[in-house]
Design a protein around this ligand. Structure first.
Ligand SMILES: C[S@@+](CC[C@H](N)C(=O)[O-])C[C@H]1O[C@@H](n2cnc3c(N)ncnc32)[C@H](O)[C@@H]1O
Length: 314
C-alpha cells in the first residue's frame, strides 16, 4: 500500500466510525432523534389523503413501490420470509414492515423516535396485521438477545446514526447464523455526489461556506429538509469495509433517481428510452444513489470457474 492509499484507508476508517463531522463534532443520538421526528419522517409528503388513515398509508406504499423505490419490491425480499422472525431497524412510517407482515413474517421494529414507533404501530393495526413489538431503541444497542432474527432489514438508517460501526456490530449479533440482512446506505452517484456536492457544494458555494468541509456540505444538503446531523455517503470500497465481518456481502448500486426513475418535486421525467440506454451501458453502477447490500454470516460457496461449468459439471 502506498502513501496515498494509506491516507485514503485512514480517512475511510473515520467515515465508517462516524467521525467525519469535523465541523460540528459527532452528533448525539438525541440530535438524530430530534431531527427525524414529526414533519421530517420521510415520505409522508407523498400523499395528499387525510393523514394517518389507511388510505394515506396505502398511497404512501403505492408511491414508494411504484415511483420512488420500485427496486424494493424485488430487492427487499418481502415475500420470502413467512413464518420467520424479521427485524426492521429505523422503521420510519412502517411501510416496509407492513409488507413483511402482509407476507406472513413475525415482525419486530425499532426506531429512535416515538413518532415513528407510534405511526408504525398505527400502520400495522390499520392493516389488521399482527406484530411482535415496535420499540423506541437505537440501532447502536438493540434490546434483543444474540441470534434472535432470521432476517434484518435496515433501509436508509446506518449512514445517519452517530456510530455506524456499532450498529453494524449489532446487526451481526442479533442475526441467526443462517440469517440474512438487507441494508441500504447512500452511494456516491448522481444525487449525493454530482448534484449535491458538485452543484450545491461548488457551484452554489456551500463548500466555501462550510469551511471547505465536504462532510458538512453533505450533511447540509443530503435530505429534503436540509441540515441533517449526519449523513455519510459511501464508495463501494467503503461499503466492503463497513461490513467486513460478514463473510458474504453482495453489493448492488440501485436507483438512477431524479428525472430518470421519478419526477423530483413534480417536475419532469425523461423518456423511458433514457433509462434503458443508461441501464444498457451499466451506468446504474456509476450514477445510482443507493447501495443495496445483502449480508450473510455464512460464506457463499466458491464461484465455479468457466472451465468447471463447461467440463466438470453436468
Ligand atoms: C431516512 S429515515 C428512513 C426510514 C425508513 N427506513 C424509510 O425508508 O422510510 C431514517 C430513520 O432512521 C431512524 N434512525 C436514525 N438513527 C437511528 C438509530 N441509531 N437507531 C434507530 N433508528 C434510527 C430515524 O429516526 C428515521 O426514522
Amino acid at each position: 500500500m502506498n502513501d496515498g492509499e494509506r491516507k485514503y484507508e485512514k480517512r475511510l476508517d473515520h467515515v465508517i466510525r462516524g467521525e467525519e463531522n469535523i465541523r460540528k463534532g459527532r452528533p448525539t443520538l438525541a440530535e438524530v432523534r430530534e431531527y427525524w421526528g414529526k414533519a421530517n419522517i420521510p415520505q409522508q409528503w407523498y400523499s395528499r389523503k387525510e393523514p394517518f388513515t389507511l388510505a394515506w398509508f396505502n398511497e404512501l406504499a403505492y408511491k414508494r413501490y411504484n415511483v420512488y423505490y420500485d427496486y424494493l419490491r424485488e430487492s427487499a425480499e418481502f415475500q420470502w420470509h413467512p413464518g420467520e422472525e424479521v427485524l426492521e431497524i429505523g422503521v420510519g412510517l412502517g411501510t416496509d414492515l407492513v409488507e413483511y407482515a402482509k407476507h406472513g413474517a413475525h415482525v419486530t421494529g425499532v426506531d429512535l423516535g416515538p413518532d415513528q414507533v407510534m405511526l408504525t404501530k398505527l400502520n400495522l393495526e390499520l392493516h389488521g396485521l399482527p406484530y411482535r413489538g415496535i420499540y423506541e431503541a437505537s440501532a447502536e444497542s438493540l434490546p434483543f438477545s444474540d441470534e434472535a432474527f432470521d432476517h434484518v432489514f435496515c433501509f436508509g438508517v446506518l449512514h445517519h446514526t452517530p456510530k455506524t460501526m456499532k450498529a453494524v456490530d449489532e446487526i451481526y449479533r442479533v442475526l441467526r447464523r443462517d440469517g440474512t440482512a438487507i441494508v441500504m446506505v447512500y452511494a456516491r452517484g448522481w444525487k449525493h455526489y454530482f448534484k449535491r456536492c458538485l452543484i450545491h457544494g461548488l457551484i452554489l458555494g456551500k463548500w466555501f461556506r462550510c469551511g471547505f468541509n465536504w462532510q458538512a456540505v453533505c450533511d447540509e444538503v443530503s435530505e429534503v429538509h436540509g441540515s441533517s446531523p449526519k449523513t455519510n455517503v459511501y464508495s463501494r470500497r467503503g461499503v466492503r469495509k463497513l461490513f467486513r465481518q460478514f463473510p458474504s456481502v453482495e453489493i448492488h448500486k440501485k436507483r438512477l433517481g431524479e428525472f430518470i426513475d421519478y419526477k423530483p418535486y413534480n417536475t419532469v421525467k425523461l423518456p423511458k428510452l433514457w433509462r434503458n440506454i443508461l441501464l444498457l451501458f451499466g451506468l446504474e453502477g456509476l450514477l445510482g444513489e443507493n447501495w443495496l447490500v445483502r449480508l450473510q454470516k455464512v460464506p457463499c460457496p466458491r464461484e465455479a470457474t468457466l472451465w468447471e461449468v463447461m467440463f466438470k459439471h453436468y
